[in-house]
Design a protein around this ligand. Structure first.
Ligand code: SF4
Length: 288
């Protein structure tokens, strides 16, 4: 499968400073084309079974009360472990068309409480387009949940104007994605302080990755730091079985023992839920 390397200049500078914990997440590895575990073969293209839940090309309605919306399939960098790395099952549409579909669909389905802006990374869009989208999204009555790696890969893209736009939205959550403490650079910390000052509540999700954070001490440091700076660790994800990501997989037993350690060592608010996607379950399956 063709999933080219993409590393922006900011991330290259982080690699120069920290080396492995950053490069491992974004540098293409020879091992990506090896396939030994049958579960990775089975789930390879669409490991979270999203394709059958498309209600429009760019809108997925998989879980009750929540929908996922994609305004772009582009990201700042290509995470090598990304579960959507092999997907091309939505065609790019204009933001106007996506917003119209979103408006119509949420009107027809009043039980939808939350709209999740998922990756591709909305915040990688050109500033003018992004600001227009945020303005229109602010008119929706649903809770908006923004998932982004902008603070890991391009903190300068989160400008004061965008933070101000986000602060105008009545009900929103911003979900960061930090996998290792070295991603918390001075530039990203500065933006986190600004988001907090603007009153935007922050959550973090982390993917459990072999040789990076399958280590209780590393995750303790990450979650405690996040908690201290005002980001609630929310999910620790078991890796989804996308083709090319098998080398990152951590045995669930190891994940569970790390969680046991974290439960003993960390304040309750700093401990995320350890979850995975299971076919047929219409919610995340909680492992711990
Ligand atoms: S930022 Fe998210 S969607 Fe984009 S490549 Fe990384 S994990 Fe995948």
């Amino acid at each position: 499968m063709n999933y080219p390397e993409k590393i922006n200049n900011y991330t290259k500078s982080l690699i120069q400073k920290h080396g492995f914990p950053i490069s491992y997440q974004v540098k293409k590895q020879d091992s990506e084309n090896n396939l030994t575990d049958s579960s990775f073969k089975k789930g390879s293209i669409d490991p979270t079974f999203e394709e059958k839940y498309h209600v429009f090309s760019n809108i997925i309605h998989k879980f009750n009360g929540r929908i996922l919306v994609f305004f772009t399939n582009q990201c700042f960098c290509h995470c090598r472990f990304c579960f959507r790395r092999n997907r091309d099952f939505f065609t790019q549409q204009t933001p106007g068309k996506i917003l119209t579909n979103l408006k119509n669909y949420t009107m027809e389905n009043p039980d939808i409480d939350e709209i999740i802006l998922s990756g591709g990374d909305l915040f990688s869009l050109e500033l003018k387009t992004l600001r227009k989208i945020l303005k229109e999204l602010g008119k929706f009555k649903q809770i908006l949940r923004f998932h982004s790696r902008v603070l890991s890969f391009s903190p300068s893209s989160l400008t004061d104007e965008i933070i101000s736009d986000l602060s105008q939205i009545k009900s929103s959550w911003f979900v960061t994605h930090f996998n290792h403490p070295s991603e918390l650079s001075p530039a990203s910390l500065k933006k986190i302080r600004k988001l907090r000052k603007a009153g935007i509540p922050l959550l973090n999700q982390t993917v459990l990755l072999k040789n990076l954070n399958d280590d209780a001490i590393v995750l303790k440091k990450l979650f405690l730091t996040l908690y201290k700076i005002g980001i609630k660790p929310y999910y620790l994800h078991q890796l989804d079985t996308a083709f090319g990501t098998e080398a990152f997989n951590v045995d669930e037993g190891i994940g569970k023992s790390i969680m046991e350690f974290l439960l003993k060592e960390l304040p309750g608010g700093a401990v995320p839920r350890y979850v995975k996607d299971v076919e047929g379950n219409l919610h995340k399956t909680i492992l711990v």
